[in-house]
Design a protein around this ligand. Sequence first.
Ligand SMILES: C[S@@+](CC[C@H](N)C(=O)[O-])C[C@H]1O[C@@H](n2cnc3c(N)ncnc32)[C@H](O)[C@@H]1O
Length: 275
Amino acid sequence: MENINQDIENHYHKEGLFEEIILRLTEKGIDINNVSRADISAIDELHVRGAAVSEELAHSIDLKGAHVLDVGCGLGGPCRLLADELGCQTTGIDLSKEHIRTATQLSRLVKLDDKTTFVVGNATQLPFNDNTFDAVWTQHVQMNIPDKEKFYTEIFRVLKPGGHFLYYDIFKSGKSEISYPMPWASNETQSFLIQSTAMEQILDDLGFTKIQSKNQTQAGVDFFEHMIARLKAFGPPTIGINVLMGESTQPKLMNLLDHLKQGELIIQSGIYKKE
Ligand SMILES: C[S@@+](CC[C@H](N)C(=O)[O-])C[C@H]1O[C@@H](n2cnc3c(N)ncnc32)[C@H](O)[C@@H]1O
């Protein structure tokens, strides 16, 4: 397991990520002492449809003032969105030391460090007591995690009774081979895709009550077609996920788009309640 996690950390690793973001903000003429969430939202939301989908999810139930855990928080964009817009106290946990260092610095940069805390850790061994959080949130993380039962059991454990679990994720749908690289995996050894029905069965067995699920695939396809057309026409933006993915941005996005269009992968969001 250690080896898989190291491999996954390496997949996402970009040395000096925070410093690179600062450099690019400066290049764009943004005053470093006055950076807004919007200035960094193209880089700190590492999932299909970025900040727009976090916004939708954040407002899909009443999370005002809630204590929220983001499992696999990446660079912390969703934590800052929840803190800023809904006054949530947020904690993000991620395997990647560089992501956590960058998330912490970005929160300081946009002056949301009093409402956001970031810790290095493994989603399948959460360092929190039972019944700690009002809501647990995860986006585009479980594809990297082989032990799904442990992943969802830990989420259930740290959630308070009456609390909500919100997810936004990619699932296998067809039976065809998946082509790599993908944004979450350089090759198949880092990717553990399951069908959404398998996840729902695990959540059911844990005792979660389903509130809603939503197929988000078409919205994802539309987003990518627009993004790829822009990339082809204008080249990579100064600040975007290309800062993280570099030259592999286009093949990763094209592979994902192809599989979404062919129906072999789907994007789904959902809300569950721990009674
Ligand atoms: C595609 S990124 C999504 C980041 C963030 N959720 C977002 O949507 O902006 C996946 C993140 O999951 C993290 N991750 C993968 N496996 C993990 C694990 N076992 N425990 C904690 N974090 C993990 C990665 O380090 C990476 O930051």
